[in-house]
Design a protein around this ligand. Sequence first.
Ligand SMILES: [Zn+2]
Length: 399
Amino acid sequence: MLYRNIYVDGVLSDITVDSGKIARIKPIGPDYEAQRREKGDEFFFALPSLVNMHTHSAMTLLRSAGSGLPLFRWLNEAIFPREAQLTSDDIYRGALDACEEMRQTGTTAFNDMYFSIESTLRAAKETNLQANIALSVTDRDCEDKQLFAKFLDSIHHRFEESGCTFSIAPHSIYTVSAHNLQMLADFAKEHQTLFHIHLSETQKEREDCLHENGVPPVVYLDRLGIFDKVGFKFIGAHSLWLDPTEIEILGSHHVTVVHCPNSNLKLGSGYRFLYTELRDAGVNVTLGTDGCASSDNLDMVEAMKVMSLLQKGVRNDPSVLPAEEVLKVASNNGRKALGLPDNSIVEGNVADFFLISTNNRVFKNIEYINSTPTQIHQEFLNRLIYAADGNAVSQVIKQ
Ligand SMILES: [Zn+2]
């Protein structure tokens, strides 16, 4: 397949894709460019596709449910009772809507946490998205230990042939006992899967943990031996309420955390995500939307904007988290966590990128008012993150 008239890092090029790889990127030169402009060709900007590192995709069914409630009331009054009614067919339908929304807004890989995970797997395969799908587990699911272990083993094997990956997701430290957390970490270690958990999402979670265990959530998990067992395969969604000791523990194990700014803001969970400190400690910081019940959409471009603006705002510093860096958080860092190959747009890499038309209102005239490739690319990135949203994406290329 040949994709014509595409700015790659500000250089106008034609891209040849063969067997799912970028076979060739050929700059087109000023003469051809002039000819094609005269002919009225359409031109595009290209960027590597994004990774939504924490979501519950089937929650498109519960989009915007319980607006105005804080986390614990939101879960118990608006979410859990409705989830109890969902069939596996409902979950397939909800996940399919989610996958289409993600694909249309430039996201081609996601890290899911829910139940009835085979329904989500089916939706991901039908829309050709890359997914790591984690089974969300609470103490209730662990009651019959033998049955549970058997179920997990059988699921793990079914995923092996699918191209997607399976992992385990203890819901949180307040819904899964110490014993079961250790059992699930053993499972993750044995099967080499990721260990995905909601971590320090609210101040209440932190205070309850201090009250019950005498230490904050990360120290509690460390004492249970969770990090020694799963190491860098640990993924802490939210990780908002952390102290310096906890950040040091997370950094020393090179774990991944997922920032979900829209969800934290909507649920009023407070805002104290310590991006710079986490990054500098060696934590792999990634970005997610969370499910549609708390983030309302799955738009990773919008999430990049919110994250970047919040970090500038709370630190009184406009230089914090510039466009290139928040893009890396939303793309490469996520791919690294999921074990996916680099999708930077260079020859030989996997072809997994999206296009935005230069005719789009927000992106008009960038190439006329900037002269060097670096300036063109820089302005494109800044407009994408601060002026546009995922609806600007015109095409996604992924085989
Ligand atoms: Zn979540």
